[in-house]
Design a protein around this ligand. Structure first.
Ligand SMILES: Cc1cc2nc3c(=O)[nH]c(=O)nc-3n(C[C@H](O)[C@H](O)[C@H](O)COP(=O)(O)OP(=O)(O)OC[C@H]3O[C@@H](n4cnc5c(N)ncnc54)[C@H](O)[C@@H]3O)c2cc1C
Length: 364
């Protein structure tokens, strides 16, 4: 962007703006603001925090179409793993924790796993949350300014509810190949403020969709059954404190939160929903943290605010010449976005071409 300021002037001009600032300039009424920002769940930030450029990019991209893998995300992951294993000399090791990254002469030299295995390499890609590299490498090895850059705050976490449903036609209740965004109030800033305070909202804000109406994969649900997924932004600290005080209180809070979401669905959209529930799995911010090592259960690394999405944002470069960051914290969140940035890095490091359209590739 800095190399071609004229081409990107429209982005540079609005980089510091929030969505709220645009709404204020245009004096939009609160109802219109909700409609225009109603997909805020794809960024988990209210208009007064959300970067205008992120909103414009995200909504612009969704307006050209949204995509779901034909055979589920699990199938995508398994295909990627299979491809890695097929390459000569390559393998993947699942459930293997890296506990240390060792340096020599200012370069990354090896990684050590929790069970004491050590691997050396010419080049390392780090896909965990970039802030975690401070401890794995030792913060004393990072220049002060880079340490500051890595000490970013984390964005919102969520409570997720997965329902297995039987003998119900969700299409009859208005569901299809799209997301439902449910808001308990018209003012979206207030919605977030309520939701992220220290309590369980009676009528939570959430988004919802039915993966089984999008793709036919036996792994999602058996024949005659459906899957319904609800996701609500919530406060990590609230659940963390509860669990530290008392495991039962924590488990009860998870159930209560999920029941309140199901209550809204039942009263507003699917009368009798509870009778069709045969499976219920609930994930809290602590679940996210445990399973994918997303610090504080964050969904999208940093908040998507102008304070974090700007020209100073972390990118693939680390202070060590043969260690590169990939993933949400070092580019931007999102499945396709992360793969796109990783492919550009691959091209840069290897000279191979991944993209058919050379214009889409990173300028070397
Ligand atoms: C509820 C929810 C819904 C979402 N919906 C969408 C959507 O519809 N579309 C979309 O595009 N994006 C969506 N996203 C965002 C998207 O999932 C993330 O941006 C993306 O998965 C982040 O990828 P990543 O590679 O940066 O991190 P991750 O996918 O979290 O991968 C990082 C991996 O590194 C591992 N790791 C960390 N530390 C170590 C270590 N020391 N040793 C070994 N391994 C380690 C972790 O276990 C983890 O597996 C959603 C996110 C959430 C939470």
């Amino acid at each position: 962007m800095l190399a071609h300021p004229a081409r990107y002037s429209h982005i540079i001009r609005y980089l510091k703006w929030t969505l709220e600032e645009l709404f204020n300039v245009l004096e939009f009424p609160v109802e219109l603001r909700l409609i225009l920002a109603g997909q805020s769940a794809i960024f988990w930030a209210p208009p007064r925090e959300l970067s205008l450029v992120v909103q414009a990019g995200g909504v612009g991209s969704y307006n050209q179409g949204a995509y779901y893998p034909a055979q589920s995300f699990k199938h995508v992951m398994q295909s990627l793993l299979r491809k890695i294993k097929e390459q000569p000399g390559c393998r993947s090791m699942l459930s293997t924790q890296i506990t240390r990254i060792e340096l020599a002469h200012g370069r990354a030299q090896s990684v050590t796993t929790a069970n004491g295995q050590r691997f050396t390499a010419e080049c390392f890609l780090f896909d965990g949350d970039a802030q975690l590299s401070l401890n794995l490498i030792g913060e004393e090895h990072f220049p002060q300014a880079f340490q500051q850059k890595l000490r970013y705050e984390y964005g919102t976490s969520v409570l997720s509810v997965y329902l297995g449903l039987k003998d119900i036609d969700l299409r009859r209740h208005g569901f299809g190949e799209y997301n439902l965004f449910w808001h308990p109030k018209v003012d979206l800033n207030e919605v977030y403020a309520d939701q992220l305070s220290d309590h369980i909202p009676d009528r939570p804000y959430f988004f919802c969709n039915a993966p089984t109406l999008r793709t036919h994969d036996a792994a999602l649900a058996p024949a005659g059954c459906d899957q319904l997924v609800m996701v609500a932004p919530c406060r990590y600290d609230f659940f963390r404190r509860l669990r530290e005080q008392n495991e039962d209180d924590y488990q009860r809070a998870k159930q209560k939160y999920a029941d309140n979401i199901i209550g809204v669905l039942e009263s507003e959209f699917i009368p009798g929903l509870s009778k069709h529930i045969v499976e219920k799995v609930i994930g809290s911010p602590l679940t996210n943290e445990f399973y994918v090592w997303a610090p504080q259960g964050n969904c999208y690394s940093t908040p998507m605010s102008p304070r974090h999405v700007n020209l100073q944002r972390l990118n693939y470069k680390s202070p060590f010449p043969n260690l590169y960051y990939v993933g949400a914290s070092s580019c931007l969140p999102g499945f396709a976005t992360i793969i796109h940035f990783a492919c550009m890095l691959y091209e840069k490091l290897t000279g191979d071409s991944v993209y058919c359209d050379p214009g889409a590739a990173l300028e070397r």
